[in-house]
Design a protein around this ligand. Structure first.
Ligand code: SF4
Length: 318
């Protein structure tokens, strides 16, 4: 298990990442999907086989220390690997809940949610944020590029069986002729949100592809359009909708040692592209310009402009 952040999350505030499925060397991720907008890169290991990935006492102690040092709003299972690949998810969630009262969230693509033991694991978390980007199998396959045999209808049905708090997360974007932000698709998505909410009350998170991706040409959806869509969903279903808004990252008052600083920045950028401000506010607003330049010169990270911001990400992500 690798700990990273806390990252500034528009959904969860300061969210301390717990990555319980690390990607094998030379892969940027391990996932059952290969979403066209994925911020982790396109050199992933695609699989659809959940396994027991062990989490050591030493790793749990590191997590405990980081919680104490950073006081996050959430501890979130996320990172280079789809968290539900690890059948120990529920066990680790229980262990975390014994060490702190801070809520435990999980960001999942929900591809294995049909599996009883995966659902039991998810139920140990306080908050499950499950991905639904498309209202039809055809669009699901075009956007999320799932491993063979993963059916959208099973995901929708199984989400309603969860016993814990649930949000549906939809990432809206346009890429050439592919989009899920047009009126027709939104209308169909609303039907699905309603279908889930009628059985299992939920929240909808509307995000967009604002961070850099390996696939050039992904266009994010403007805040005004996200707002309109959010209002439409809320008006037609009564469901609470939270949409992505550009905001200042919250400050974390913490000063790691110089050797820890470099390692932590790389671990963070392997899992999430960040702006300089997003990184420096993780460490009490320390000046990291020189360190970022050195890491670029050392070919460890690179930077790219996206949506008028400069994002840094690790070369090792793929
Ligand atoms: S589910 Fe997440 S990690 Fe997997 S490909 Fe999609 S965006 Fe990337």
């Amino acid at each position: 298990m690798k700990i990273y952040g806390p990252v500034p999350s528009w959904r969860l505030g300061n969210s301390l990442g717990a990555d319980i499925v690390e990607a094998p060397k030379s892969y940027c991720k391990i996932c059952s999907f290969d979403c066209v907008y994925c911020q982790l890169g396109d050199t992933g290991l695609k699989t659809n086989k959940p396994e027991q990935y062990p989490v050591s006492e030493k790793e749990l102690q590191i997590l405990k220390n980081r919680i104490k040092a950073t006081k996050p709003d959430y501890i979130t299972f996320s990172g280079q690997g789809e968290p539900t690949f690890n059948l120990n998810l529920g066990y680790v969630a229980k262990r975390i809940k014994k060490m702190t009262k801070i809520p435990v969230a999980v960001l999942t693509n929900a591809s294995f949610i049909k599996n009883d033991s995966v659902r039991q694991g998810l139920n140990q978390c306080d908050f499950v944020i499950a991905k639904i980007d498309a209202p039809s199998q055809e669009l699901f396959e075009a956007i999320n590029q799932p491993s063979p045999g993963i059916m959208l209808k099973d995901i929708i049905k199984s989400i309603t069986k969860l016993k814990t708090k649930v949000a549906i997360q939809t990432l809206l974007f346009t890429y050439k002729n592919l989009t899920n932000a047009d009126d027709k698709t939104i209308k169909q998505l609303i039907k699905i949100y309603k279908q889930i909410n009628d059985v299992k009350p939920t929240t909808v998170f509307l995000g967009t592809a604002y961070r850099p991706t390996d696939l050039r040409g992904i266009i994010s959806i403007k805040e005004q359009r996200l707002k309109e869509i959010a209002h439409k969903i809320n008006y037609e279903t009564g469901i609470e909708v939270i949409y992505y808004k550009k905001s200042e990252p919250l400050l974390i008052r913490r000063k790691p040692r110089p050797d820890e600083l470099e390692r932590e920045i790389i671990t963070l950028l392997e899992r999430r592209p960040c702006t300089e401000e997003e990184i420096s506010t993780r460490f009490g607003k320390v000046n990291i310009s020189l360190l970022l330049d050195e890491l670029i010169k050392g070919n460890i990270i690179e930077k790219r402009r996206q949506n008028n911001r400069i994002y840094y990400f690790a070369k090792s992500r793929g």
